[in-house]
Design a protein around this ligand. Structure first.
Ligand code: SF4
Length: 106
């Protein structure tokens, strides 16, 4: 959707990606190439940018839904997202089990 505000043309964002802070910086930052401390330092720089990004939650949700994505998304590395998915699955199993237990008591 577009409109005008005075003489300035205003374009409403089409998706969360239109508001991504990383669109304004070197994309290489989000795909650390080094291993060890150099790669960790690169990842921390990208994560610091993500921490200021207004669409970090949307970005993280997208990356959590697609295990094939690599690089820094939503302030997380691929390995961190793998851990998050694992914890979510464990939490869901625990919730289902608790619901089953509650159902069994009534
Ligand atoms: S959270 Fe990080 S990777 Fe995701 S859109 Fe924002 S700056 Fe880019």
């Amino acid at each position: 959707m577009t409109g005008t505000a005075g003489a300035v043309r205003v374009r409403a964002p089409q998706s969360w990606e239109d508001r991504a802070v990383c669109a304004e910086v070197d994309p290489e930052l989000f795909f650390p190439e080094h291993s060890g401390w150099a790669g960790a330092l690169e990842a921390e720089v990208a994560k610091a940018i993500c921490a200021e990004c207004p669409v970090c939650g949307d970005c993280l949700a997208t990356a959590l839904a697609d295990p094939a994505l690599y690089g820094i998304w939503g302030g997380t590395t691929r390995a961190e997202r793998k851990q998050l998915r694992r914890r979510r699955r464990a939490g869901q199993r625990g919730s289902r089990r608790a619901g089953h237990d509650e159902g069994g008591r009534s």
